[in-house]
Write a protein that binds this ligand. Sequence first.
Ligand SMILES: Nc1nc2c(c(=O)[nH]1)N[C@H]1C(S)=C(S)[C@@H](COP(=O)(O)O)O[C@H]1N2
Ligand SMILES: [Mo]
Length: 383
Amino acid sequence: MDTKPGRREFLGGMAIGAAAWLQGERLWGATEDERVIPFITAPAGGRGGPAGPNLNWEKLTSWITPEDQFFSVGHYTAPEVDPATWKLDIGGLVSKPRSFSLEELKGRSKKEHTVTLECSGNGPAGGLIGNAKWAGTPLAPILKEAGLHPEGIEVVFFAADSGTEKIRDAEYKQNFARSLSADDALKNGNLFLCYEFNGQPLPKAHGGPVRLVVPGSYGVTWVKWINRIEVQDRKYENRFMARDYVTIRGEKRGEETIWRETSVGKMNLKSVTARVTRRSDGALRIAGAAWGDGTPIKSVDVKIDDEAWKPAQLTPNKDQFAWTFWTLDWGNAKPGEHSITSRATDAHGKIQPTADDPFIALKKTRWENNQQAVRRIRIEENG
Ligand SMILES: Nc1nc2c(c(=O)[nH]1)N[C@H]1C(S)=C(S)[C@@H](COP(=O)(O)O)O[C@H]1N2
Ligand SMILES: [Mo]
């Protein structure tokens, strides 16, 4: 049999089954004796992670990402916000401006959802992603109570962190902010003001005491350290809406290329091969995750080298906006180097693009990398 574990594989590998068992969870069907065969190349593309924790797919032990493995991104210095004196002001074009204390928010109806958060700057198989239980109170009823004026078409979410932005020739102090159309903010029942993360008060690094949760949208829309919601009669076009977080894609129209600029928002369909493990009996298993804008994941296929795509087994979950895990048992792997590629398809028939698909090849900015990730691995000879 040519799939017996090699010595080098074992030395380079990590025992993960035991850790998963200790947590009372057998992730991806992990067994106590299984070991990870490390990938031989780092995933290409995207930027490196910021300082601090980052998801390590090969070491993942849980469907829910614990705080010490959850990435954090902040464009300015993280502000000191005292939960005891924190206030959320709601103003602008509303009939009843008001402000909420944290206690008042907590006194409202509470909902908890497991939602996957991905930074739009994440690479094809990068670690700027996590899946957590977020709890808080729905946003739409708060806006309805405030009573938007008919001309109020834009809802801006301002945060406590600030920095200096150069706009044309001058510098301005700006607070982090993102906006949603009033239509979105009022009709999207999934949005909430979050104050709990995995059952604990929302940590400062993730926007505590309160942040916006926008299921199915990239991280930049999830405003942390929120302190002001303002309704206005025109679009809000700051750095995080209209300058920095803009994706430029080309679209072929016959001989011509049309360039489109869109603000980073809704997440794209994506999957990743997280790791390959080997049990002591030699059996190999490929495991990974798939996610997107909340449209159910219909299937994930895996391609080894240039073989035909094989359907992976999905682990169903009941949280619409949480990642779906998948596995594929890899029979009779030959010793030597192999490439492994995964591809997700959603319920609308959308297929995760390859790196040379024009959707990716004609994308000129670094955001929204959802191309299929090719991972390389070496299977050792007996021994
Ligand atoms: N106030 C504020 N909110 C913010 C940011 C920020 O810099 N300031 N960064 C955004 C970006 S780009 C991402 S990816 C997510 C990251 O959330 P996390 O730090 O909880 O992982 O927060 C978003 N919310
Ligand atoms: Mo981000």
